[in-house]
Design a protein. Structure first.
Length: 280
């Protein structure tokens, strides 16, 4: 098992990030659906646990066989590559669990995220993990403006060094250390547990997934910043209405057209859906 903690500093408030993240996730689901593959949303509803924690629960299936790495696809039987995602969004804390029906407990990606207002990535243990996990954890800082992106995926309209938000009056992020002085500011502390138990390829796959997740977080947060004028000012009611509209569209388009390219969805499922083509 690998344990990575990604710290993403963003030029927005914690409350604004909640809207931006949900908007970007919903819109990207559309980009990933078609040709018999994509996202099927089975549940999107409020939840409350006995502990008092409450938020929004989602359960999704990602049908992504064509985008699984060749070395995995060759070993798995047909129909065994669907991914199942459960997410509990009790913002500012969120947890997402990604599993596969064929591998069962031998494969999982678990995300725990804490969103902290007025933070610049300085908290040593934002998610209060154990001493044992702290010893295994690798901390990775993400700079959405300056970290490298795949040239094949680069788009000027998704470059924070070039984009200015008219509605929010922010950007472009041209200073080398913009994250030290930008206002407003918040940090996403994303703790990721990656486990893939398959003799002979475990280390290769876990390392591949870790690299994929890193690239995913960079691209997702670049998009979130650059799409600010699309989501800035929306309410949570606006988001829920958008999610309902998109669910209907997904149900209609999933089995239509040709298989679509890579994109961004939720954190966990994106790991499988967009990156894995690099392993073909």
């Amino acid at each position: 098992m690998l344990i990575k903690e990604f710290r993403v500093i963003n030029n927005c408030t914690e409350a604004e990030y909640k809207i931006g993240q949900l908007y970007a996730t919903a819109m990207a689901s559309k980009e990933q659906t078609g040709g018999g593959e994509g996202v099927e949303i089975l549940k999107n509803e409020p939840y409350e646990k006995e502990s008092g924690e409450k938020g929004q629960y989602t359960y999704k299936i990602f049908r992504l066989a064509s985008r699984v790495p060749g070395f995995v696809r060759a070993l798995a039987p047909a129909g065994a590559l669907d991914l199942y995602e459960e997410a509990w969004n009790a913002y500012p804390y969120c947890k997402t669990v990604l599993k596969n029906g064929y591998m069962k407990d031998n494969f999982s990606i678990v995300y725990e995220t804490m969103h902290v207002d007025n933070s610049r990535g300085e908290l040593p243990n934002a998610l209060n993990i154990s001493e044992a996990d702290l010893k295994k954890r690798e901390v990775i800082m993400i700079d959405v403006a300056n970290d490298p992106v795949d040239p094949k995926e680069y788009k000027p309209q998704e470059d924070p060094k070039l984009v200015h938000s008219v509605k929010a009056g922010r950007g472009p992020l041209t200073e080398k250390e913009w994250y030290k002085t930008c206002e407003p500011v918040m940090t996403c502390y994303k703790l990721v547990y990656i486990e893939f138990k398959w003799f002979g390829i475990q280390g290769k796959v876990e390392s591949f997934l870790a690299k994929t997740i890193h690239n995913l977080f960079i691209r997702f947060h670049r998009q979130l910043f650059c799409w600010m004028d699309q989501w800035y000012g929306m309410t949570i009611e606006d988001i829920r209405n958008l999610e309902e509209e998109i669910k209907k569209d997904l149900d209609e388009t999933r089995n239509q057209g040709s298989i679509v390219g890579t994109g961004i969805q939720s954190d966990a499922a994106s790991t499988a859906s967009r990156s894995i083509r690099n392993g073909k």
